[in-house]
Design a protein around this ligand. Structure first.
Ligand code: F6P
Length: 362
């Protein structure tokens, strides 16, 4: 057993529902059973570089399991290995990893538990190699992390997107319109696929299956003669077979400089121009990341936190907790990074969706 006198926790990257459930399930047993001090590092790796932290009290982690976001704050701009410094117009990128390591040592942390997505796991592994005792906990609404069956946050985002489709359907039906709904998900189509299937979308467009414009026009024209409305669920990373992914902006300060967005508007305009059908576009955006976690995400977050703490107490570092066939286990962080978990185009769910008439635009 490791003696865990001081446990650091940070949340990195984009937030998602369920982060507080993890923080709670690490902090409560750490305080109650190990008598450890729990140090909350503020705003992700930014706080580790800049020396911003506060010790959490039992009250800080009470009544938070149902609360979305993160009580610690987060940032997707604080990669210590490529750290942006300077103001607008004069941004320089420096390596601030030694500074971060120094803070970790000065705070006398026995372990740092980093809750985050792909970017956070990359950074965590590098710190692990530099001698930091680090454990990763995978979160992201995108569900795109390899080496875990699912990340917490995804179920909550999928619920929001499904509810949105349910609402769009009634108004689409009343006005005999085509409704396009754009979901998040970066380069993976899990949110669009899950919500699209659950919401009964007529067309689902995901990055893993490049689409053809004509196929979409055929689907909505056919529907316009029968049901008289169509729902198209498009992932922000979807792209036409003969075109490119739509990028909203590039921001060099971010861990991932590419901000996706805009494919929904493009799909809506093309349908309206080419078929003459009245079309409206809804971009769900950050609504998918906000609000209360679902019971699934609260439970998975609680399980992840408990196993992360257990691994720390066994002195097992540079690992990430992971759900594998219903059991939470640990895997080397090295195995969890560098490969995105994408939707297999021949998966059972895609086949099932096709069998009820859903088009993937291919
Ligand atoms: O990775 C989570 C995510 O919500 C993606 O789905 C989306 O592309 C991105 O973050 C948005 O990032 P930001 O919050 O910086 O706009």
């Amino acid at each position: 057993m490791e003696i865990l006198k001081r446990i650091g926790i940070l949340t990195g990257g984009g937030d998602c529902p369920g982060l507080n459930a993890v923080i709670r399930s690490i902090a409560k047993p750490a305080m109650n059973y190990f008598n450890s001090k729990v140090i909350g590092i503020l705003d992700g790796f930014e706080g580790l570089v800049e020396g911003r932290m506060r010790e959490l009290s039992p009250l800080d982690v009470t009544g938070i399991i149902n609360v979305g976001g993160t009580i610690l704050g987060t940032s997707n701009k604080g990669n210590p290995f490529q750290y942006p410094v300077g103001g607008p117009g004069s941004v320089r990128i420096i390596d601030a990893s030694e500074q971060a390591l120094e803070n970790y040592r000065n705070w006398q942390l026995d372990v740092l538990i980093a809750i985050g997505g792909d970017g956070t796991m990359h950074i965590s592994h590098k710190f692990g190699q530099m001698g930091m005792n680090i454990i990763g906990v995978p979160k992201t609404i995108d569900n795109d992390l390899d080496a875990t069956d699912i990340t917490f946050g995804h179920d909550s985002a999928r619920l929001v997107a499904t509810e949105a489709i349910d609402r769009l359907q009634t108004t689409a039906s009343s006005h005999h319109r085509v409704m396009v709904v754009e979901t998040m998900g970066r380069y993976a189509g899990w949110i669009a696929l899950g919500a699209g299937v659950a919401g009964g979308a007529d067309v689902i467009l995901i990055p893993e299956i490049p689409f053809k414009w004509d196929k979409i026009y055929d689907s909505v024209l056919k529907r316009s003669k029968g049901a008289k409305f169509s729902i198209i669920c498009v992932a922000e990373g979807a792209k036409p077979a003969d075109g490119e992914i739509v990028v909203k902006e590039m921001d060099g300060k971010r861990t991932d400089p590419v901000r996706l967005g805009g494919i929904g508007e493009l799909v809506g305009k093309k349908i309206s121009d080419e078929t003459g059908l009245e079309t409206r576009v809804t971009v769900l955006g950050h609504v998918q990341r906000g609000g209360n976690p679902t019971p699934y995400d609260r439970i998975l977050g609680t399980r992840f936190g408990a196993i992360a703490l257990q691994s720390a107490s066994h002195g097992e570092f540079d690992v990430m907790v992971s759900l594998q066939r219903r059991e939470v286990v640990t895997v080397p962080i090295a195995d969890a990074i560098g490969k995105l978990r994408l939707v297999p185009p021949d998966s059972q769910l895609i086949m099932a969706a096709r069998s009820v008439g859903t088009s993937f635009g291919d």
